[in-house]
Design a protein around this ligand. Structure first.
Ligand code: HAM
Length: 417
């Protein structure tokens, strides 16, 4: 039986990789212009890190994590997101010691045992950016502006930025109480999961996708009507800064997030073209996540975008002309050895070149040259080799000429670059 990849785990093939490289390149460029530095974090963390940050009663922690005991008996989890790990690294390495303000970004795979469908996978990639150590609403506006600049640069003008506020530890309990009272009256209409959530985490009900629950949620009180003056002030300033920086946004008072760590500002970038999985990016502020995982009480804000979703959206107009290959066709053992030496020299000098390893016929080698889309083919024949000459064929102009083997590299460089 042929072994296949695990459901929800994808291979990204060479034919698709250019889109990925393009997206990552633009992200790096834009983020670094905004003062962000790259960080790398491990794929595995202690399960507790995610339970304490994302929240014990969230879908991610309850149902979706890849958690197992390792050989030492520790409970480990394949990271379902990057924010908690980045915060852990920031605390562990005292990155806040000299200056708490740190702008970090990360690119890598995440793992969630969700039901796979278009735009939703079990291993998926995120590009994640975080500002740690800044409570000021300017940071909220800045990350959103940076995100929208990224979308502009990759050619996605129709991505919509939606924002909301979820209040803070002081005002949210009031809202939670109000919401619980409202939902308790409609408990018969709630799905079994939400009936349970009413006890454990009523705010999560707002995120439920079951139709009957959605109907109930439609009439539920809005968190925005319960937030304290300080949260309202923060949110007003965020909106003000977004306007000053000319970043269009839409207020979505019903937006909630699937992770418990958020406080105050939350946002999502939505694309009408993605269907059910329409969030290309999501993020928000989390002012006590660091404290909740045992660190100092340092605030943070950031976002993560799903690369697969961006790839689905970015039009394939970038058929970036790959720099051309040079193909070296060799006839006979001696010629093949020279070709092998030559191709190595070309590689060392930064020129993409290929040979045929199998000593096939000239016709077969020319087919291979075509496969590599080679503009030029260098043909080393036994006869020519004795005279120190090779044939350089221009595949586009369909002309060829003899050149000196010793000068071949210079000649190639002159023509290709
Ligand atoms: P999230 O909403 O769970 O937030 O995920 C962020 C983005 O990752 C989504 O908007 C989507 O584009 C992508 N994504 C999530 N799950 C999948 C999946 N199964 N398949 C494909 N793409 C997916 C977070 O992860 C937070 N850490 C974001 C954040 C950063 N908040 C503050 N800083």
């Amino acid at each position: 039986m042929v072994i296949k990849a695990i459901r929800g785990f994808n291979d990204i093939l060479p034919s698709e990789i250019e889109g990925w490289q393009f997206i990552e390149k633009i992200a790096r460029e834009v983020f670094e212009n905004f003062g962000f530095s790259e960080i790398k974090i491990p794929i595995l963390e202690k399960t507790e890190l995610f339970a304490r940050s994302i929240g014990e009663t969230t879908d991610i922690v309850e149902k979706e994590m890849y958690t197992f005991q390792d050989r030492s008996g520790d409970s480990l989890t394949l990271r379902p997101e990057a924010t908690a790990s980045m915060a852990r690294a920031y605390i562990e390495h005292h990155l806040y010691a000299r200056d708490p303000a740190a702008k970090l970004y990360f690119i890598g795979p995440m793992f969630r045992h969700e039901r796979p469908q278009k735009g939703r996978y079990r291993q998926f990639y995120q590009i994640d950016a975080e500002i740690f150590g800044v409570a000021h609403p300017m940071a909220d506006a800045e990350v959103m502006v940076m995100l929208m600049e990224f979308f502009k640069r990759v050619g996605l003008e129709d991505v919509e930025l939606q924002i909301n506020t979820l209040g803070c530890e002081e005002c949210r309990p009031r809202y939670k109480k109000e919401l619980t009272q409202f939902l308790a009256k409609k408990v018969s209409q709630l799905c079994p999961d939400c009936k349970r959530r009413l006890e454990t985490n009523p705010l999560r009900i707002l995120d439920c996708k079951v139709e009957t629950c959605r109907e109930v949620i439609g009439g539920a009180p809005l968190v925005m009507d319960f937030v304290c003056d300080r949260c309202t002030g923060h949110f007003e300033r965020v909106r003000g800064y977004l306007k000053i920086l000319n970043a269009p946004f839409v207020l979505n008072p019903r937006m909630v997030r699937g992770l418990d760590y958020y406080t105050r500002t939350v946002f999502e970038a939505m694309s009408p073209k993605l269907g059910a999985q329409n969030a290309v990016t999501a993020g928000g502020r989390y002012d006590h996540l660091m404290r909740d995982i045992g660190g100092p009480d340092i605030p943070g804000i950031g976002f993560a975008m799903g690369i697969e979703r961006v790839v689905l959206l970015v039009p394939d107009k970038r058929e970036t002309a790959r720099s051309p290959y040079l193909f070296i066709a060799a006839l006979g053992k001696e010629a093949q050895l020279r070709a092998f030496e030559l191709v190595n020299q070309l590689h060392l000098q930064g020129i993409k070149a290929e040979i045929d390893y199998e000593g096939r016929s000239l016709k077969a080698q020319m087919r291979r040259a075509n496969k590599f889309n080679s503009r030029y083919v260098l043909i080393i024949g036994e006869e020519e080799l004795k005279r120190g000459r090779v044939i350089m064929r221009d595949m586009e102009e369909k002309v060829q000429e003899e050149i000196s083997l010793n000068e071949a590299i210079e000649e190639i460089k002159g023509r290709i670059y």
